[in-house]
Design a protein around this ligand. Sequence first.
Ligand code: FE2
Length: 271
Amino acid sequence: MLSQNQISSFNRDGYLVVEDFLDKKQRELIINRAQDMIEDFDPATSSSIFTTNEQERASDEYFLKSGDQIRFFFEEKAIDSKGNFTVPKQQSINKIGHAQHALDPVYKRVINSLDIPSMGKQLGIKKPRQLQSMHIFKQPNIGGEVRLHQDSTFLYTTPMSCIGFWMALEDATIENGCLQAMTGGHKLPLKKRFKLAQSGGTEFEVLDESPWPNHQLDLLEVKAGTLVILHGQLPHYSAENTSNKSRQAFSIHLVDSNCHYAEDNWLQSEI
Ligand code: FE2
């Protein structure tokens, strides 16, 4: 459980770093489970490359219907212009998502033991719903950049309620693309929404046209096992991984079931 000081820091900064949250055994269970799942995964069944260009992934059904499935998304640089893999299968995956917390027994056991909904309640969510899982790999040498964004852009409720729980499965450093956050930036308005377009696919709806303030981002270099809790409106970023070490992380996002979940959010889940 979080202390009053930790809750105050979260409210002030828009994020909170909690060291030693996952032990080695829990990290290994998740890392090994993902490795087994990738081993069993047939790349021909996935057409989805997770690109930093949000518009490109927008109309991909494999992505759009992944809210209540366990699916595999490739790194952009894992496949060349001729469609051939540039790396072995185990190093080709950008992320696995988005419902392993509900569907996979190993992920489920570890996640349930962490009692993330109780922390969500401490941070103001009345009726926490574990909505979205992501196992993020940030593969050596090719792990892509994730541009500055707010998570409520993707998981929008009225009023806004999204909180991300990001857990380092491996050390995250400047070299392998650690998180970077705009401290205090959660007080900015939400810039845009990523939503289903009436004509099919997805689109961004701009909610606030003002540019990002010229704040320096703070580097969140953390040890394996550290939890970083991210307010849904906190602008955050991660750079490309140019090192030869992966930077695996697992994240789960909560929303408040007492808030209205937009029918045109990209992620729709029956579970
Ligand atoms: Fe994010």
